[in-house]
Design a protein around this ligand. Structure first.
Ligand SMILES: [Zn+2]
Length: 286
């Protein structure tokens, strides 16, 4: 899985490793979201190490992996308006605050509508139904998991330019853009030069299917499809939308209609009939 080279750990890495061992001994949960919640300083320390190290490698340096650690997810999420705790806030928002989930997320960017536990169940279902080409180790996406996963792919020799990542791991690319405001920033965080990574295949045009796939992925996560937003994230995609579909509007309209249908199918299956067609991160994470 990884061609581990035995570099001696530096002082900060040793501190992180010792802390991890101590927490594991006390049976503390060590998945990224749990550590973020209870030991944010430790996580920050692991991700601040240069060259990029991250949480996955920190666990491995402590002699652990995801089969050995305890994973803990929040059973409830909190309504940012009134503090109510629920597994699913959609009906609460509509009934109690007469607010559509989309408006709520506009007012409170990044706020969750579903608890971590529930989102993990949804992700598990989707991952079973649409097996990813690369295995997952974290139950849910997070900024740290995006970086760990990108670094791991790079370590396995995978090309990390946008086209390649969208093909093999669309969700990784979408969450990277969502959390870090652009794929180039993910590459920089893990110590890669975006200009060098981008050079590969730069002259190839996106096919209509690739355009639709990338737009659907953005729509699922609530990342804007307007001209400016797409152009800022990926000029090649914007050009391909125009070239393949005649105009930016024609391409985005087609994708919006399809995404509304697929989201509805997922929600119905999970019996969240009141959820409507809102867009929110992580529900469609595969
Ligand atoms: Zn509330």
């Amino acid at each position: 899985m990884s061609d581990k080279k035995q570099h001696p750990l530096n002082r900060v890495q040793k501190e992180v490793v010792e802390e991890i061992k101590g927490l594991h001994k006390k049976r503390e949960a060590l998945n990224i979201l749990a550590v973020q919640r209870f030991f944010p300083g430790l996580l920050r320390k692991a991700y601040s190490i240069k060259p990029f190290w991250g949480w996955k490698r920190a666990l491995e340096a402590a002699g652990l992996n995801y089969s050995k650690i305890r994973v803990e997810l929040e059973p409830y999420c909190e309504c940012k308006i009134c503090g109510f705790l629920g597994k699913n806030l959609v009906s609460h928002l509509v009934r109690k605050h007469e607010t559509h989930p989309r408006e709520y997320r506009t007012t409170y960017p990044g706020a969750d509508l579903f608890s971590e536990e529930l989102r993990a169940r949804m992700s598990e279902w989707l991952r079973d139904r649409f097996p990813p080409s690369r295995p997952h180790w974290e139950p849910l996406w997070s900024p740290g998991y995006v970086l760990d996963r990108a670094a791991w792919l790079a370590e396995t020799g995978t090309n990390l330019n946008t086209k390649a990542v969208v093909e093999i791991d669309t969700s990784l690319w979408v969450y990277g853009v969502y959390y870090f405001k652009g794929w180039d920033n993910v590459l920089r965080k893990i110590g890669l030069n975006p200009r060098k990574v981008r050079l590969i295949d730069v002259k190839k045009h996106l096919s209509p299917e690739e355009v639709v796939r990338q737009l659907k992925a953005r729509q699922r996560l609530g990342i804007p499809l307007n001209t400016r937003a797409v152009g800022l994230d990926d000029l090649r995609l914007l050009n391909a939308m125009r070239r393949r579909f005649g105009s930016h509007d024609a391409a985005s309209e087609r994708v919006l209609a399809r995404c509304r249908c697929s989201q509805h199918a997922v929600l119905s299956l999970l019996k969240f009939k009141s959820a409507g067609n809102c867009a929110f991160p992580s529900i469609t994470a595969v």
